[in-house]
Ligand binder design. Structure first.
Ligand code: 5GP
Length: 216
């Protein structure tokens, strides 16, 4: 029997891990949607209002906080980011899955307010590769690059609060991993291969690799 309520998935990982690219590549069909966050940061080249983010000023953001309009929000790199609450609740009630691509502070708020949410952490292949990816994006000043890279370690330290971790070494594999987790979370009766693949991605199954990451 189909689920009546959608599942809330949270995807986090350090800046430059490729979370956005993974989310964009997920075969969602009509069964899941990616939430569009609101932010006070400036749009990057190519970003679209209402698709990448809702870009607002601080005044509007603070008003939204005041009217309890966010499911979660956080200050990240000196700018505000938040998940508008109403669209998420509407989609979940309509039976759709919702994916939040948010930082670890926001993920912890979601875990508290919605214990059924499924938290997935995306790990970059290495710290060196992460730095290269942030630099290659070319949209940040050297100071902001350092800030983002510096935050990566503390973010990775939050991984024990997540249910799953996916290593983004190869984009297609990472997309398939996240898709397998989403499928497996819906039903225990699905294809055994999917269940096994998702189970292998549990944080608890990857303690050694994560420990190596944290000490690296
Ligand atoms: P960026 O500026 O690179 O788009 O995003 C910076 C960080 O903010 C990323 O870690 C991203 O996942 C996070 N982020 C984006 N939207 C939200 C949101 O609505 N809430 C929270 N807490 N973090 C967000």
């Amino acid at each position: 029997m189909a689920d009546t309520k959608g599942i809330l998935f949270v995807i986090s990982g350090p800046s430059g891990t490729g979370k956005g690219t993974i989310c964009a590549g997920l075969p969602l069909g009509g069964e899941a949607e990616i939430s569009v966050s609101m932010t006070t940061r400036q749009p990057r080249r190519g970003e679209k209002e209402g698709k990448s983010y809702y870009f607002v000023n601080r005044e509007v953001f603070l008003e939204m906080i005041g009217s309890d309009g966010f499911y979660e929000y956080a200050e990240v790199y000196g700018e505000y980011y938040g998940t508008p609450k109403a669209p998420v609740l509407e989609k979940l009630a309509a039976g759709k899955d919702v994916i939040l691509e948010i930082d670890t502070q926001g993920a912890m708020q979601i875990k508290n307010s919605c214990p059924d949410a499924v938290l997935i952490f995306i790990l970059p292949p290495s710290f060196e590769e992460l730095r290269k990816r942030i630099e290659r994006r070319g949209s940040e000043s050297p100071e902001k690059i350092e800030q983002r890279f510096g935050k990566a370690k503390s973010e990775i330290a939050a991984i024990s609060n997540y249910e799953y971790c996916v290593l983004n070494k190869n984009l297609d594999t990472a997309i398939q991993d996240v898709a397998a987790i989403m499928k497996a979370e819906h039903s225990a009766e699905i294809d055994e291969k999917i269940t096994q693949r998702a189970a292998a991605l549990r944080v608890s199954e990857n303690a050694e690799e994560i420990a190596r990451w944290l000490s690296g």
